[in-house]
Design a binder for this molecule. Structure first.
Ligand code: ADP
Length: 334
């Protein structure tokens, strides 16, 4: 998946692969998305066609890659996984396209980062299943069309607003992934614990779920941290108390805010009196990259109503003030 990954990252990737669901029925939550795709799969199968191109958008870790893999196994076709930064040169994307087998799923992560040239190669591939390449230079240059197998592009992005509209228009299905509810995450923790053969009580699952920022990837990661803790401290089965102790140690607060979430909100409250403050100013003050704040941290803080985006900048809501033990100033309450 990631050729430059360090040995530790490789192990993480392998572990993530081992707990990924492979069937639509095992994919927990995202009811609307599953319904839409279930219909699309059945319709395509009954016509013996490839699935329509699909764009999935939403914050990282919500199950976009997993869904692409599930689609390919439900359709009984292959799946090629790549991401836009790996397709910098036109020949990278051409090479990938001409090697696709009939019906294959091509998954391109971070598709909003495709280069202009690669994007232009993709248009006729998506629409007419062909690539146009130019051979030779100057006066003797000719364009040749190479036919492709019919395939399904699954694009994933955390920033739908950054996609060019010609690219967006070429997807037959555009679906948003939502943050998960606590009961859905509880089921995910339960399932992963079974796969990892980790004894855990239902309230232990729920405690981890509540602190997972609505995100399956985080739920699975926290479960592994709690499992390590329980093993070293010889706590036996993981229950809510053990999960609580472990997650406190790892700086995950009771509603799942991690160190950076807490830092951003505290900064906003303590240094900027709750805002409004511009994203770049906040990023500089917190020593974080503004794009990471926007794509990774803000969506959840907006979702739980701790942060607002106004035209004058970011503000902390009264709920955020109270969470950190402060009384919100009167002007924030109006
Ligand atoms: P994304 O591509 O959106 O960043 P992934 O598809 O890589 O997210 O999902 C991250 C991890 O979370 C995967 O390893 C998978 O095991 C788990 N996961 C995601 N969605 C679900 C789901 N709906 N049910 C069960 N596990 C899930």
């Amino acid at each position: 998946l990631e050729p430059q990954a360090t040995p530790e990252e490789q192990i993480n990737i392998q572990q993530e692969e081992s707990i990924r669901p492979h069937r639509l029925a095992d994919y927990i939550g995202q009811k609307d998305l599953k319904e839409v795709l279930d219909i699309a799969i059945k319709a395509a199968q009954s016509r013996s066609e490839a699935l329509d191109h699909l764009l999935l958008y939403g914050p990282p870790g919500l199950g976009k890659t997993t869904m692409a893999l599930i689609l390919s196994s439900e359709m009984k076709v292959g799946c090629k996984i790549t991401s836009a930064p790996a397709l910098e040169r036109p020949r990278d994307i051409v090479g990938l396209l001409v090697n696709l087998q009939p019906g294959d799923v091509l998954f391109i992560d971070e598709i909003h980062r495709l280069s202009r040239m690669s994007e232009e190669i993709l248009y006729p591939a998506l629409e007419d299943f062909r690539v146009d390449i130019t051979i030779g230079k100057g006066q003797s240059a000719r364009t040749r069309s190479i036919p492709l197998q019919r395939f399904t592009l699954v694009g994933a992005t955390t920033r739908i607003g950054n996609l060019s509209s010609p690219l967006r228009d070429r997807f037959g299905l555009i679906q948003r992934l939502r943050f998960y509810e606590v009961d859905e995450l509880t089921a995910i923790v339960q399932r992963t614990a079974e796969l990892l053969q980790t004894p855990i009580t239902p309230d232990g699952c729920e405690e981890i779920a509540r602190r997972s920022r609505g995100t399956p990837r985080i739920a699975n990661r926290l479960l592994k941290r709690v499992r390590d803790y329980a093993q070293v401290k010889e706590c036996g089965d993981i229950n809510a108390y053990v999960a609580n102790q472990a997650l406190e140690l790892f700086n995950v607060d009771p509603i799942g805010l991690d160190w950076t979430d807490q830092r951003l909100l505290k900064m906003l409250i303590e240094n900027f009196n709750g805002g409004p403050v511009g994203l770049e100013t906040l990023a500089a003050a917190a020593g974080e990259d503004s794009q990471t704040i926007e794509e990774v941290y803000e969506p959840y803080l907006l979702q739980i109503g701790y942060l607002n985006r106004t035209h004058r900048g970011r503000t902390a809501t009264p709920a955020a003030w109270r969470h950190f033990g402060y009384n919100p100033p009167p002007e924030q309450l109006s």
